[in-house]
Design a protein around this ligand. Structure first.
Ligand code: PLP
Length: 242
């Protein structure tokens, strides 16, 4: 089997899982976007997946992402920053990405907003890149080491970010801890969905995106309303050691 055929087969497998979970939930499969979480995968591999029809790429490391974007510049894909975000990396992220899933502090959001506009002014040929779509990462299981805003501070952060120019606040992202069994896995996703509804209601927002679900809990996430799943291992295979 060629690399292209393998990519095609893997992509079909994951899209079928999404479709089946969507049907079980009574949802339209098209409402769920597949993001290929490409960390520690060779560029060549990623290229094959984009050729096979992968439209959204998720990156955790800014430098690795910029190299991938340059190497794959001839191909069309949307780029999602899904890693932890330090303030000294916000300029590159504001310039190079279409989505950021991991905003968890106001200071980071402010920098992204400022740096998105200066990029826009510098580069009038890419007016389509404004505004930057952002998601707030919520620390849904109280595990601060993974990043994410504590649930107790989420509402205030929503209100602050919604007011920033050059950003479109689209919703929430979560990275729950691993749980056994689909019923257990659904709980943090259900809680996140409820928080999104509450924030929309409280502040008159129209957030429409829930970035929830990875290889091990894709089905549970789709059953609870996920609109973006971030899949690494079950799409690309095991990660290469760094
Ligand atoms: C690596 C990663 C994923 C994908 O994880 P898999 O279990 O390999 O599917 C999803 N989201 C984030 C933020 C990641 O870092």
């Amino acid at each position: 089997m060629s690399d292209n055929e393998y990519a095609q087969r893997q992509l079909t497998k994951v899209l079928t899982r999404i479709e089946q979970a969507a049907l079980q939930a009574g949802r339209a499969p098209d409402d769920i976007t597949l993001i290929g979480a490409a960390k520690q995968q060779p560029l060549l591999t990623l290229g094959h997946y984009i050729d096979a029809g992968l439209k959204h790429v998720g990156e955790n490391y800014v430098q690795e992402a910029v190299a991938a974007q340059q190497a794959l510049a001839s191909k069309t894909a949307s780029w999602h920053y899904i890693g932890q975000l330090q303030s000294n990396k916000t300029a590159l992220v504001a310039q190079q990405f279409d989505w950021v899933h991991s905003v968890d502090r106001y200071k980071i959001a402010q920098r992204l907003s400022q740096q998105r506009i200066s990029q826009h002014q510098l580069s009038q040929q890419r007016p389509d890149r404004t505004p930057l779509n952002v998601l707030i990462q919520v620390d849904i299981d109280d595990e601060p080491s993974k990043g994410g805003v504590p649930v107790s501070q989420l509402m205030e952060l929503c209100q602050q970010i919604a007011d920033l120019p050059n950003l479109a606040l689209r919703g929430f992202m979560v990275l729950p801890k691993a749980r056994e069994g689909i019923e257990q896995q659904r709980q943090p996703f259900a809680k996140t969905r409820d928080l999104l509804g509450s924030a929309n209601l409280a502040y008159g927002l129209a957030m429409d995106t829930l970035s929830m679900g990875m290889s091990g809990d894709l089905e549970a996430a789709v059953l609870e309303g996920s609109t973006m799943v971030r899949i690494g291992t079950d799409l690309f295979g095991p990660r290469q050691p760094n």
